[in-house]
Design a protein around this ligand. Structure first.
Ligand code: ADP
Ligand code: ADP
Length: 231
């Protein structure tokens, strides 16, 4: 795993009267799973996107293992931080296999290793590689697209996973399976995971700590599930 530090992190989108994320500081330990819960529009996605530099903070800083993310080479950052989102974010002109292979190829894995890894990842998310590897995203249901999105996020074995409602469209049985796989990744591979969900049961099941966020990502509570349930 890798630790993540947010220091006075602020994002003000051009034209918005108030910042979407306002001076947030938080320390996420290596190997820890932190769940963000909070109302729609409170800045959860914005915070995640700043961690992997899809958007730049207005001020403040982010460090992964004490290294400022602005100092990390962009390809290295893709290798370090996997990202899965609600809308899957798959590239429509690429097949399932090509989508999953993207980051492993980018970081220079051999063809054979990439091919094996694509199969392994499809198995992990419960999609038969023979049936799905050559399909295009439009040929998948919403839940299947999300599962491929999760497979893509995990493909290069990143120490950090950012997951923004990754199982929202997945059917309940598969969701249970994916949650269990995620717990396995926590325990066996010590991934550091930041996970956004609206599902409180999911938060309790997966989180080492839960960050309850209010407007502008103000942290109302940041504690273990046990402590949050008893408060
Ligand atoms: P959440 O993920 O908690 O639903 P977001 O991070 O998506 O919240 O959004 C936080 C706030 O920032 C919202 O008020 C939203 O309207 C605003 N916002 C998000 N993205 C943009 C953008 N690209 N331009 C302007 N405002 C944005
Ligand atoms: P869900 O019940 O999850 O919404 P759908 O009804 O969208 O699923 O799809 C059911 C099945 O049909 C899935 O296996 C999906 O992969 C397949 N499917 C959906 N759309 C297409 C398409 N355009 N081409 C090929 N297969 C498709």
């Amino acid at each position: 795993g890798a630790s993540i530090q947010l220091e006075n992190l602020t994002k003000r989108y051009p034209g918005n009267p108030s910042p979407s994320v306002d001076s947030v500081s938080m320390e996420i330990k290596a190997g820890e799973t932190v769940i963000f819960v909070g109302p729609s529009g409170c800045g959860k996605s914005t915070t995640l996107k700043m961690i992997n530099r899809l958007i730049e903070p207005t001020s403040g800083r982010i460090r992964i293992n004490d290294e400022d993310v602005t100092d990390i080479d962009p390809v290295k950052l893709r290798r370090k931080v996997g990202y899965a989102i609600q809308s899957s974010g798959l590239f429509p002109h690429m097949t399932v296999a090509e989508n999953i292979a993207l980051v492993p190829k980018m970081v220079g894995w051999s063809k054979a290793k990439v091919k094996d890894r694509v199969e392994e990842m499809l198995d992990l998310v419960g999609l038969d590689p023979r049936e799905f590897h050559g399909r295009y995203p439009r040929q998948l249901s919403g839940g299947q697209q999300q599962r491929v999105g999760v497979a893509r996020a995990l493909a290069a074995d990143p120490p950090v996973l950012l997951m923004d409602e990754p199982f929202g469209a997945v059917d309940p049985i598969t969701r249970d399976h994916l949650q269990d796989e995620l717990i396995r990744l926590q325990h066996e591979l010590h991934k550091t995971i930041v996970f956004v969900t609206h599902d409180f049961d999911e938060a309790i099941k997966l989180g080492d700590r839960i960050a309850v966020l209010r407007e502008r990502s103000h942290i109302a509570q940041f504690d273990t599930p046990e402590a949050i349930l008893t408060n």
